[in-house]
Design a binder for this molecule. Structure first.
Ligand code: ZN
Length: 404
């Protein structure tokens, strides 16, 4: 069915940003249309421009959206929403002086959430995740990456990947769910090493699940005291054989060449990057791999942010995601995170919006969205706001409204 929206105060097309592959962005690359109109059907955008130029054939039944702003759909390209329990106590302990690493050594952290997740049935976990995704969607986010990784044994990790597949069915087509296999999130205590866990659980499970075609990407926590270079290569080699795209948790706690590794495997994205090296930045700049920054996590843990400006100035393609999870960033509002982070990371307005739409979509391999142009996917976010600037100027306020 063909739909027309007319008289939008502003349409953010990001055409300029798209033409530059989401890199080296200037304020003018926002490509805003004032008093905009857009025509689309279920699969693509048919026409976009100023309302005064709207062809007569589309004027019947046009929906007047004065006082609204339309943007490419918000994307949250890094979340861990399938989990049991909470880590409120740990948060308090951190405020009172314990480090994330100390908490992990005491049996807290990811392994605590693993225990809480294992206590819940598949149905309970699914319901919790649905509630969380509804909340994320309420801010205007329409494409959401969801990682497994709190099961950490063969059966539970399998269950989590199947739950994410169920989430995808449940929310389609309104909300797109991207299913990331992160069984290599941490090493449970009952395995003698990371490579032992990898060979007993992660690799055979990936091999079992791959034929179901429900996994959109693999991911691994490539950090000192978690998974080694050799573990990461073993997982990525298998993923390549199975033709499954690759993502990585890289250079968050230590500088350990995670970004370089990501680029050498042509990964969709390398995420975190607080401790990325100059070589890592150079590698990303000349690659297709998106650098996904998760500033909410650094805020929540009280750590210095990733060197965003340095990366952006060297032509790295940067996305921003929430990292919503029970421990290191319990926040489901990526737009608020990006609004706060923009000033801290020294992003201009185009970098801010491109980071949570176009580049975030590319971090999920969704190259047909993130720009509003003829023939592209009709995936939008709609805000009841005077202008685009108002949305992030009044940070934390929810301007998102449903599409009519
Ligand atoms: Zn993560």
């Amino acid at each position: 069915m063909i739909k027309t929206y007319i008289h939008l105060n502003e349409i953010l097309t990001l055409q300029g940003a798209h033409d530059k592959d989401g890199r080296n962005l200037k304020p003018s690359d926002l490509s805003l249309i004032a008093d905009g109109a857009i025509v689309f059907d279920d699969s693509k955008i048919l026409w976009i421009g100023q309302s005064s130029d709207l062809p007569l054939e589309y004027r019947n039944n046009a929906i007047n959206l004065k006082d609204h702003v339309l943007t490419p759909e918000l994307v949250d390209s890094h979340t861990h929403v399938v989990f049991g329990g909470n880590r409120a106590q740990e948060y308090a302990d951190r405020l009172n002086g314990m480090s994330y690493e100390d908490i992990a050594k005491r049996g807290g952290g990811i392994l605590f959430t693993m225990t809480e997740t294992q206590k819940l049935t598949s149905d309970e976990l699914l319901k919790l995740a649905i509630t969380r995704i509804n909340s994320i969607h309420s801010y205007g986010v329409g494409t959401i990456e969801v990682k497994s990784g709190y099961g950490l044994d063969y059966q539970k990790e399998k269950e989590l990947t199947l739950i994410i597949a169920d989430l995808k069915k449940h929310f389609s087509p309104n909300v797109q769910i991207f299913n990331t296999f992160l069984a290599a999130h941490d090493v449970p205590r009952n395995f003698k090493s990371s490579s032992h866990y990898l060979s007993e659980v992660v690799l055979p499970l990936l091999q079992e699940l791959a034929p179901l075609k429900i996994i959109d990407a693999v991911d691994i926590f490539h950090e000192k005291n978690y998974f080694t270079d050799a573990d990461t290569r073993a997982l990525f080699n298998l993923a390549q054989n199975l033709e499954i795209p690759i993502k990585i948790h890289a250079d968050e706690l230590n500088t350990n060449r995670g970004a370089e590794l990501a680029v050498s495997y042509n990964a969709l994205s390398a995420d975190h990057l607080l401790k990325i090296s100059d070589e890592g930045i150079k590698a990303l700049a000349t690659s297709k791999t998106v650098a996904t920054l998760l500033p909410g996590t650094a805020f929540f843990l009280g750590k210095p942010l990733a060197p965003a400006r340095k990366m952006l100035d060297q032509n790295v393609k940067v996305a921003i995601a929430s990292d919503y999870n029970p421990g290191s960033c319990h926040c489901d509002n990526v737009l608020m995170i990006a609004s706060i982070a923009a000033a801290q990371l020294k992003l201009n307005q185009t970098e801010l919006w491109c980071g949570i739409t176009h580049n975030a979509a590319h971090a999920l391999g969704k190259f047909n969205q993130g720009v509003l142009a003829v023939a592209k996917a009709p995936r939008f976010s709609l805000f009841k706001a005077e202008s685009l600037s108002h949305i992030t100027y009044h940070w934390g306020k929810n301007f998102s409204v449903s599409l009519p």
